[in-house]
Design a protein around this ligand. Sequence first.
Ligand code: FBP
Length: 276
Amino acid sequence: MGVYILVYSIVGKNIRINRILRNGKAVIFAFDHGVEHGPSDFPEEHIDPRTIIAKVVSANVDAIMMLPAMAYLTHDLWSGRTSIIVKLTSRTSLRPESERYLQSIFGLFDEAIALGAEAVAATIYWGSQYEDQMLNQWFAIKELADRYGYPILQLSYPRGPEMKNIYDVDVVRYGVRAAVESGADLIKTYYTGSEESFREVVKVAAGVPILMSGGPQRDSLLMFLKDVEAVMRAGGRGVVVGRNVFRHRNPAGVVKAIKAIVHDGLSSEEAIRFVE
Ligand code: FBP
């Protein structure tokens, strides 16, 4: 490889990161659940992926993370209006339980480029018995991402048969540190339940942007917005959220409310008026 391509790719990576993180922060819609959880995750009105993609795009979401074929099926809706992060690994929940600790290759780096992606993403279940396989996948994707100037987002999810509490701050910190040391440009991880504990998570990231993974739908939207607020106060750079958006009756309003907290520094109580 010529030395210039390596130098140029640093420029490309910076440009692309800045298109996703506006002023260093981002609200990203996660939309790979059709494979990870199956269609029963979606309420009836959002069973057609085009309906929900149109709604989040109308709310000016900063980016959408999805698998290659879904990016293709919805491209006319997002193209020119928001960025996409193409996720290149996945797994179904139909697998035998113990095999659910493995993500498999679900698309090629070339497909992400062909689709006009701004970044690529892959999951590592740190602590899984399949950690080694996922690391091989990660470094194969990362080699191409680094060469061609694409940021790589790691879904850093500590998870394995022997892990008792995946939300424990020490466990999440370990996963984040491993993500940093495996060269992630952006890290998405679990919320640890409080501003104080999440601050400890941010500390071990050595400046690599940390985004909160949305997680299961909270009992109320306000509870979710409070978590987003705490994450931002702790030094997080935003969220990658799926269920708390697409399971809500007003997904566009929820995206606007999250954006108001992440980008404009509103409190959760102030931001919820975008929905009510
Ligand atoms: P959510 O906001 O719905 O949690 O989406 C984030 C996400 O990581 C998705 O990208 C993925 O499909 C899902 O959560 C994984 O969920 P689980 O933790 O059940 O494996």
